[in-house]
Write a protein that binds this ligand. Sequence first.
Ligand SMILES: Nc1nc2c(ncn2[C@@H]2O[C@H](COP(=O)(O)OP(=O)(O)OP(=O)(O)O)[C@@H](O)[C@H]2O)c(=O)[nH]1
Ligand SMILES: [Mg+2]
Length: 612
Amino acid sequence: MPNLVTNGRLRNIAIIAHVDHGKTTLVDAMFRQSGLFRADQQVDERLMDTLDLEKERGITIAAKNCSVLWQGVRINIIDTPGHADFGGEVERALSMADGAILLVDASEGPLPQTRFVLKKALEADLKIIVVINKIDRQDARPAEVLDEIYDLLIDLNATDEQLEFPLLYAVGRDGIAKKKMDEQGINLHVLFDTVLEMIPGPSHDPDAPFQMLVSDLGYSDYLGRLAVGKIFNGTARSNDSLVCLGQNGRSVSLKVSKLQVYEGMQLKGVREVQPGDIVVLAGIDEVKIGDTICNQQTPRVLPRISVDEPTVSMKFTFNNSPFGGQEGKYVQFSRIRERLLKETLVNVAIGVENTEERDSIVVKGRGEFQLAILIETMRREGYEFCVGRPEAIYRFTNGEKLEPIERLMVDCQERFLGVVTEKLSLRKGKMTNLVNNGKGRVRIEFSVPARTLIGYRDEFLTDTRGTGIMHALFDGYEPFRGECPSRFTGSIVADRSGHAVPYALFNLEPRGRLFVVPGDPVYEGMIIGEHNRGQDIDVNPCKEKKLTNLRASGKDENVILSPIKPITLEQTISFIREDELVEVTPRSVRMRKTLLTAHKRYTLRGAKMKKK
Ligand SMILES: Nc1nc2c(ncn2[C@@H]2O[C@H](COP(=O)(O)OP(=O)(O)OP(=O)(O)O)[C@@H](O)[C@H]2O)c(=O)[nH]1
Ligand SMILES: [Mg+2]
């Protein structure tokens, strides 16, 4: 074993938690109190959520680096997303950290993603500081939450040492942390001090040559591709000649054109970088996340970042519908493919695979929400394409079909227990735990196939009148639990091209829920509504009322239609069935049958029936 040296001037920490437990808000407060802003400076909320989609949705999607200075020590902070679909980002972030701050909401307690992130942090052997956050909440129950954290740690086989974690209570939003509940608490100093005291500085072998693990990629118009990551050993300077070691023995030489470190949210150019620091290196084009950049004379590769396997896949094709190619900037399949391949470079949890068809490609990820975010991002960049229904990725061992199973946690009022249990058992779910807190709410745990959960959230919210909470976490592969329809209703399908008219829509209203309004263009095979019954129906949404010579005195053309709730991209993705597609363009999102002409669909269905 080499004698390792610790860099006391540095700390690398990741902030991890379940979704919405206050990570990004806490980073804001850390910025404010470390003197990054003037006292009177106006600053936005959740500064680290820099992507447009993050700001719009109020969630973090990508893990990001920043740093603060505390007592002459630079603390590199990595803010991570809490949504389960972005779990790959947490795994990537932890590869740069020496410790983690685990936030737990003082009212909600540890939830499924708390378990995931904590498990990953324990596996990486990181030192953990537990912060029970949002203790200002009216329904805060810090003592119980602390017990639940212990239970979780024990369940995750934590060592005795890991069980003796430093504990703080906080109101991240107000920038307050304290050691005991009955203390006053006025700032975050105790949090900073605990980080310096309890989280070890990064250590390195002083005799080893330069080694950096690439954990993120960036791009700058001036510098080109940027590799971001922690230096495990050695130092580097601008103009140094290094080598990048990739997968399958690939190696590419490079010359460092610029070195930067994080200062607040900005980057600062430096001449030399120190072991243990998280740096941004320019001078290489061909680099992937997980690669090692190291010394040319003694190239030694670091273990690659490993992330959990994808569990959901979705087919992307070009848009061949009658309106195809009209609204997008990039519409050819080659462009769509190129863009998706680019995504796999920067996003560790996304993969692509060619299909037997020439003009389609399968994209794999952690969940349909992650894929929806990718689709929305591409649409905003000007891409136009079609996607199919998200499908579970099956595995086969010894001839047995296995499917991804989710551990689902539901919290709802007791009176909805019946409907929730019934709906989930229809979806092949099994109840594994039920806790009644005696205050009218119940917490239920289910084990449910991932595929049957797609699209359930909306139904769950309707069933629980918007008061239920549900969170799912991937729990491994289990034997296939049998067929289950992806949706129990059929589609209302337009049978011709034209524009929807009020009279026709009015007459269609009793058949189900409509997605189009008068004036919307439609085409044969386009899905314009959800049928009340199980089978599809083909209808004419353009049918005008026959005019007679006798004009009625009432204006019956002015029918009053029920208002429709616009359907979001995410809803369309979980709505469509196997034989349907979502058509995505920068301006519109429409749903359609894969086979547009009605007679082709009927012929196919007839052939299938015969086969059975
Ligand atoms: N009551 C209370 N609310 C807080 C506190 N800190 C954050 N919040 C609120 O919690 C919500 C989520 O905060 P975020 O900082 O975005 O949470 P996050 O953990 O970064 O969320 P993701 O990155 O999406 O996982 C926001 O509405 C905050 O205003 C707190 O100390 N007390
Ligand atoms: Mg966040």
